[in-house]
Design a protein around this ligand. Structure first.
Ligand SMILES: [Zn+2]
Ligand SMILES: [Zn+2]
Length: 217
């Protein structure tokens, strides 16, 4: 039905602290730098829960949450050169940056004070379609399913970034053991490195997960 009339279903947060509401909305149109994407999967990140619970300041409201998005390109804006229709892509938390500030110009655009984030200031992935700035999208390798790839767009990405910043350390300590750490643990095992997980006293769920992820064989 949504294919025919250019509308889509979306889960919308009208007000923090309330449940999401399913709405029928117009399908978004891509701007010059954007892709229109038909969403195949969108994972749930802790930050989505913070947005829904009102624990992050000044979200765009109403907002469609969700920032671990995997989908296929339906159409491209006029300036898009790097992606083509039908390609499978991932859309992460970082959705737009100013391009002008010191952080942006030194390759640290994730620290841009004017950044906009998917599912927070830009409508996100709990919908049938979304638009995303192509400059922040990733091509997804074919050996991952849609569902397997989705958590890599936030938990995997921030974990891997932290690991890269640790250089060639043989022993890596992780403080807290949640979504990012459980992905990172599998990479560290693959690389044959030693992992030390630090959790809160009594957090047996995190300790059990760390034990399962860290054990060899
Ligand atoms: Zn996230
Ligand atoms: Zn900036």
């Amino acid at each position: 039905m949504s294919q025919l009339n250019n509308s889509m279903h979306a889960m919308v947060l009208d007000k923090p602290g309330q449940a999401l509401n399913m709405r029928c909305l117009p399908r978004p149109q891509p701007g010059p730098n954007q892709l229109l994407v038909k969403i195949a999967a969108c994972a749930v990140c802790r930050t989505d829960l913070h947005v829904v619970d009102g624990e992050l300041p000044k979200p765009k409201l109403p907002i469609i949450p969700g920032h671990e998005i995997v989908g296929r390109v339906v159409s491209c804006g006029a300036n898009v050169r790097d992606f083509s229709i039908g390609e499978r892509i991932g859309i992460p938390w970082l959705g737009w940056t100013c391009g002008q500030c010191g952080y942006c110009r030194s390759g640290h655009e994730n620290l841009c004070a004017n950044a906009k984030f998917t599912g927070y200031q830009i409508d996100g992935g709990y919908a049938e379609y979304t638009v995303a700035d192509a400059r922040y999208c990733f091509r997804i390798p074919g050996n991952y399913s849609d569902v397997e790839a989705a958590p890599l767009l936030c938990a995997g990405l921030i974990g891997y970034r932290a690991l890269k910043m640790a250089g060639d350390a043989d022993r890596v300590g992780i403080y807290g053991f949640g979504a990012a750490a459980h992905i990172l643990a599998q990479i560290l095992r693959y690389q044959g490195k030693k992992l030390f997980a630090f959790t809160r006293a009594g957090d047996t769920a995190a300790q059990d997960l760390a034990g399962r992820m860290g054990r060899c064989g």
